[in-house]
Each structure stands twice: as C-alpha cells, then as structure tokens.
Design a protein around this ligand. Structure first.
Ligand code: GLN
Ligand code: ZN
Length: 763
C-alpha cells in the first residue's frame, strides 16, 4: 500500500494567527511564551488536520517562526558576529534581529538580506557566511518538533534544508566560495542526523531543490561529497527531496547519491517520470509529487491515475509514496473557509487541506478501493463540466487572440521618431522629474477604505474623500515643481487586486492567505476564466486628476506579466495565453486613457523578472512572450503618447536586452539601494530609450540629502546620456508617510534643478 505524506504545511494559520502573535510580540505586547504557545497550537492543529485528511506520515520541523532558511543558519550557528550580543541576551531576540533588524538596548542592527525562494513569492533570509566560517549544531528544534509529533502519536519525518542547497542559497560576505565551506558544515549535519536517529526517526527529509537548477561541476562534486559523508552518519534513512522543476541533466548525479528515497516534482515536470522510473536504483523509495503545491486547482484524475499506476507497476506499492509536488507553504490552508464562493467554482479548487484529502483518495484508488475510484470518476466529471461554465470561455477574447497579428505589438514609429514627437507635445525640461505613482496611504485613507468596504461609508462620501486626496497630491506636486504628475493611487488597495476586481475572469478569496515573508502574507486573486474588461478601469481617476492641472498627468496601470505573476492562474490554458488576454484588456484601457487626453501612461511590470524560469535554457521563450504581452498593451498608441514602465529590482545585467525590447519610451528602475551598481548593465549595453534610475530609496525611512541624490545622478551620467535621464524615486511612495516624502521629493527637485544649472540647461 502506498504511503501518503507531504513535505510542509502553511505556517501562518487560517486566520493568520502566527502573524498576529508575531506582531504582538514584536510590539512588546506579549511575551515569548505566548508566541511559542501560538506556534505550538498551530503546528499541532495542522498535524491533526493532516491526520484527519488521511495522511500516513507528517513532516516536522517544516514549521518556522519566520523562515526555514534562517532556522537552518541558526541551527548550525551560522550567526554573523554582530548579532551575537543580542543572542547572548535572548535567543529569540537574536533570531528576530537577523530576520528584521534590531534597534533596542544600544543595538542598531540591520536585518539580513532577503530574497525570493526560487520562483515563488516566498522570501527567505539569506544566510551570511565567510571564508573560514565555523558551524556547530547549536539547537534542538528538529529533534524537539519530532518528539512533539511523536508524543501526539504521529509518525513524523523531520524535514531539513539539505547542506548543498543551504550553501548555494547563502552568500559569503568576502566573496569566497560558498561550497568551500561544505566540509566545515557536514559534521554538524552528521551530528543532527545521529540525534534524530537516537530520538527514533526512521526517515529524515533533506530538501535539495537546487538539484533542479543548472549546476556546475563544483556543485555536482559537492553533492557527491555531502551525501557520501551523510550516508556514514548512522542517521535515519534519507529522503532526498527535489521540487520546482525537473532533475534533467542532474538525474544521473541524483541517482548516484547514497540515499534511501527520492522525491520528484511531477507537476512542474511530469515528463521526468519516465526517465526517473527507468533509472531509479533498486530499493530506493520514490516519492511522487503529483498534487500541485504551487496552485489551487483540483487535480485531474484522468491525467494522474495512469501516471500513478505506471509508477506503482514499476516500483511496487510499498516503495511508492504519494505527496504534493512541493511544500504546501505556497497555497492557502483550507477551502472550507471560503463560504462566499460560487459552489460550482469552488468545486474546482483545492487548498492545502483538500490536497491532502485528494492524496488519500488516490492512494485508496490505487489500492483498488471502489469508493475512492468512484470519487475520482466524479471529480473528473466535475472538472470536465467546469469547462462549460459561463465565463470560462469568452468567444470575443478567443477570437481576438486567434486573429492577433505581429503588427499589434508595434508602435507606429521607432523610438527616435517618437521621442521628437513627444518632446514637442510634452515640452518637458531636460532631466524631467516624476514619481512612480502612489503617494502615502494615510491612516485616514485606510480607514475610509475599510469603512467603505463594510458599507459604513457610502459611495459618494468615499468618492469625495478620494477626490480631495487626489487634489491635495496634485497641488503638492505642482507646488514643489515636479514635471510629470501622478494622481497618487489613493483608490487602490493593491496593484493587482484593484484591476482584478474590475475584470471578468478573476475571483477573490476571503482567507486565501499565502506567506510572503515572516509575518507578511498576500492573498493572490484567482484567474479562473477568460479575462474581459467590462468598462474603463482608471480613466475617470486619471481624467479627473488631469483636469486639475496643466502639467502632464501620468496614467497608471499594472502590466500584464505582473497581473499574471501575482495571481493563482488557471491551468487549462498556457500561462502565456492568459497573459495575452490580460494584455488585450489593458491595451483597451491604454487606448481609452489616450482618447481621454492622458498623454503619459505608465505600465508597471515589477514582477517581470521574477517570472524567469529556473533553467537558463527556458529564459528566451518566457522573455519572448512576456515582452510581447507588454508590447501588446502599449503598442496601440500614437507617437506622441509617452509610455513609461517601472520595475522595482536592480538585477538587470542578464535581461537588459529583453527590457530594451519592451520599447517603453521611459523606464524607471530601482537603483539607489545598490548605489547604481546595476548601471553596470548599461556599460555593456547601450540602453536606447529614456531611463530613470531611482535616486531615493523609498524602502527606508531615511530621507536622503540632495547631495546624495546628486551623487547618484553623476554616477548614472557616467553610463547614460544626459538627454535620456529622468529623475525619480525607486518605487511608489504608498508605504511612506508624508513627513518623510515631503523633504525627500523637495530635495529631488532641487537636485534636478542644480544639475540643470551645472550643465547650463534651461531650468
Ligand atoms: N505604481 C505603483 C506604485 O507606485 C508601482 C508599485 C510597484 O512597483 N510595486 O505604488
Ligand atoms: Zn516599484
């Protein structure tokens, strides 16, 4: 009989209990005991829920108070010296100091860097290592959580980040080779494995997601060495877990490693089942990741059952484990909380709990249980029926997509011509100044939005309040002398949700929270049907704002790739097709803005880079359709209409050609945090169009001095032309307050004026 298991569960709780407990603790409103109690309650509730769903073996140590990579670093004592004094005072304070900085009791520590966990929206804390780094086992979290599960009568498998992925996900402060630290790290892992075996663990799961990446010889050698050493540890049997992609050219290497079991992702990479079965060493357990841990749709029995049967025929039921493709961290917890959804739509969804239930049914069906087989037949019929539900297919959009010609991605003239036309029409000064869109979301605004949502504040009153805010923002920008104005986006809660709510094809959950980092959660909207724009979405706000000023008002849209990337996307269409549908809806919006007299339109694509596939070989095709979608959105306008885009990251070197191919007239990017390092990309590649490398780091409450911004601009001018440079902050200002924003923007304008004066340009 095949075993049902999973490799990790959402930590935050259905009602974000962990978030509340953490934030209360950080505010000083509750002590550590209260926090740890909440954490334990959540762990135990989730285990119980899994057991009730029919799971045979649960993971443990998948829980984390903040992040599992940070946990690993702390577990092996990879704590940078500057945090040690805080640790010495209090373990938990030290841990949170690494996660989020610490400014108390004479300490003033920055947080460690944070970055995206592979291609997910989860962010992990990047361990900071150095040459000569020492490691030692300095905690008992995995053992303690194993014993905790055992006390509850559960069969539990401790989960750890594997040593090679741990090193590859870390950074060294001195630029030394991370993998050179392997031999120093392995004894600590060995000791832990020994302790887990002594505590009674039969299996341990070592996550090595880096095995689905392009690896060089050094990394491959590290894998061989690491697992040869760990095999000697006398620890539990090792389940080597890979996910987020295919093993591909690392399959032979993986098969060579002396481990007891292998977990593979058959959702992202179903085609690897054949080669994996072909080459699986005898005796090895195969854990098949067949239920999507990254999306929220019920699985298709028609596709899955044959695959499972094939696997069972090859490895035998006892050596076959059934699991989600990856940790369930990336999906919401429980669909039963979504009482507001249309029942027919809801039937096609599965959150973490439902996914575990599905696995049980598959395992029972494999064992030939008639009820389980019947349930799967019913599930398939339901899914087949979904295709016929109203809204899944919109004939109009489908026809438009079929008839798309390459022409649709083209502006009427090349940039050089547009530039002249725009200069004549907009009459901007050299080195024009602008902002990225949002202005501070004051408490008053947030309260009004909440009151409006709950029906306590009427439409008219809410509208009046928003209009007053727009007017205030416009007057302010005029007063300080910005050149291209924005309306401030006070009507928006979230840059994806705001548009999703106005488009057909989207639905929204009530408690569909997914952890983004630490206590931060997002609630991605769900794209379930064809995307149709019912009516203009932003034109009224932009026109109102433009009516208040004679300066150009920038219209503000979220781009198609970002709309896609930050949603749960239907899986009955290729992602690129869904993206093209969004692009068409936004293209109509761009057209309506232009017709309404908005001459500058910004299409934000902050998520373009994060959509990059994990393997380099897959980049070109992604970039091709992502760029195409942007161009569909922007391509319909006149030469005189200036298209801007905005991206908030600083790694451009490897995608600069694609960014240029978007052919926006102006791009604003993040640079101030990296002190313009990203401009290296522009040394190698001469970016042809307008560009505003952010001079004000809005992620920090610090207000930069004019001289600092001037400094950054001078640096920028070493690689960019004067006549292509724009002056703007890094990103939208919505998370800042007015007291910070005012002096910063005033300095920014002053800095632009000074630079113009220096170069003897008109001010
Ligand atoms: N226009 C958006 C804003 O200013 C852009 C946000 C973003 O880049 N993430 O808030
Ligand atoms: Zn941004």
């Amino acid at each position: 009989m095949s075993l049902v298991t999973y490799s990790g569960f959402p930590r935050v709780g259905l009602k974000r209990e962990l978030k509340r407990a953490l934030e209360s603790h950080w505010r000083g409103d509750s002590n550590a005991t209260a926090l740890l109690d909440t954490a334990r309650t959540l762990r135990q509730r989730h285990w119980q829920l899994a057991r009730d769903a029919g799971v045979d073996v649960v993971p443990c140590n998948d829980f984390s108070l903040y992040d599992h990579v940070l946990d690993t670093a702390v577990l092996f004592d990879a704590i940078p010296d500057r945090y040690r004094p805080v640790f010495a005072e209090n373990q938990l304070d030290g841990y949170f100091a690494m996660a989020r900085g610490h400014k108390r009791g004479g300490h003033d520590l920055h947080a460690l860097e944070m970055t995206k966990w592979f291609d997910t929206n989860y962010h992990y804390i990047v361990p900071e290592l150095e040459s000569g780094q020492r490691f030692s086992l300095s905690g008992d979290k995995p053992v303690a959580e194993f014993l905790e599960a055992r006390t509850l009568g559960l069969d539990a498998r401790p989960v750890l980040l594997g040593p090679v992925s741990f090193l590859l996900l870390s950074k060294t402060v001195d630029g030394s080779e991370r993998l050179a630290l392997l031999d120093a790290l392995l004894p600590a892992y060995t000791e832990l494995l020994t302790q887990l075996a002594a505590a009674g663990a039969d299996w341990v799961q070592l996550d090595e997601p880096c095995l689905v990446l392009d690896l060089d010889d050094r990394a491959r050698a590290a894998y061989r060495r690491a697992y040869a050493v760990l095999a000697e540890a006398n620890g539990p049997k090792i389940l080597l877990a890979t996910y987020f992609g295919a093993l591909g050219d690392n399959l032979a290497l993986t098969n060579d490693l002396p481990v007891g079991g292998l977990h593979v992702d058959l959702v992202r990479a179903p085609a690897q089942l054949g080669p994996v079965l072909e080459t699986l060493p005898p005796e090895r357990v195969l854990s098949v990741g067949v239920i999507d841990g990254r999306n929220i749709w019920r699985s298709a029995p028609d596709r899955l059952l044959p695959l499972l049967r094939e696997a069972r025929a090859r490895v035998g039921g006892d050596r076959l484990w059934l699991a989600p493709s990856c940790s369930l961290l990336h999906v919401p917890i429980d669909l039963t909380a979504e009482t507001g959804l249309d029942p027919q739509r809801r039937a096609s969804l599965a959150f973490a709990r439902q996914k575990l239930e599905e696995l049980r049914v598959y395992a029972d069906a494999l064992a030939g249980q008639p009820e389980a087989l019947a349930a799967l037949t019913a599930q398939q019929a339901m899914l087949t029926g979904q295709a016929g539900l109203a809204g899944v297919v919109d004939a109009g959009v489908r026809a438009r997509l079929r008839e798309l010609s390459p022409q649709i991605t083209l502006r009427r003239s090349p940039y050089a011509t547009r530039r002249v036309a725009q200069a004549r029409k907009l009459a901007l000064p050299p080195l024009p100044t602008t902002t990225i869109g949002s202005f501070p979301q004051t408490d008053e605004l947030r309260k009004a939005r909440a009151a409006h949502r709950s029906g306590k504040l009427g439409d008219a009153a809410y509208d009046t309040l928003l209009k007053q805010e727009v007017e205030r923002v416009v007057r302010y920008q005029e007063d300080i002398g910005l050149d291209v104005l924005v309306h401030g986006e006070p009507e928006r809660n979230d840059m994806v949700e705001y548009f999703g709510e106005q488009l057909d094809g989207y639905l929204f959950t009530r408690l569909g929270w997914v952890q983004s980092y630490g206590s931060r959660c997002v609630k991605p909207p769900v794209i379930w049907g064809d995307i149709v724009r019912r009516e203009p979405m932003t034109v009224a706000w932009s026109s109102f704002a433009q009516s208040l000023t004679s300066k150009p008002m920038k219209g503000m849209l979220t781009g198609p790739v970002t709309m896609l990337q930050w949603s749960f996307v239907r899986d009955d269409l290729p992602r690129e097709t869904v993206c093209r549908q969004i692009a068409l809806a936004l293209r109509d919006e761009v057209h309506d803005l232009e017709t309404a007299g908005i001459g500058v339109i910004q299409i934000d694509e902050p998520a373009l880079r994060e959509g990059l596939p994990l393997r380099r070989a897959d980049w070109p095709s992604y970039l091709a359709w992502a760029v195409e979608c942007f161009r569909i959105t922007a391509g319909g306008v006149r030469d005189t209409t200036q298209i801007h885009t905005h991206m908030c990251y600083s790694e451009f070197n490897d995608i600069i050609e694609a960014v240029a191919a978007m052919d926006a007239d102006v791009i604003s990017i993040e640079t101030s945090r990296s002190r313009m390092e990203l401009l290296d990309a522009f040394v190698r590649f001469r970016y042809p169009n307008g560009i505003g490398p952010g001079v004000y780091d809005i992620h920090s409450p610090r207000v930069p001095a004019p001289a600092e911004m001037g400094d950054l601009l001078h640096k920028a001018l070493e690689v960019l032309q004067l006549d292509q440079l724009w002056i703007n902050p890094d990103c939208g200002l919505k998370t800042r307050n007015w007291a910070e924003v005012k002096p910063a923007l005033q300095s920014m304008v002053a800095c632009a004026r000074q630079l113009r004066a220096e170069r003897e340009l008109p001010i």
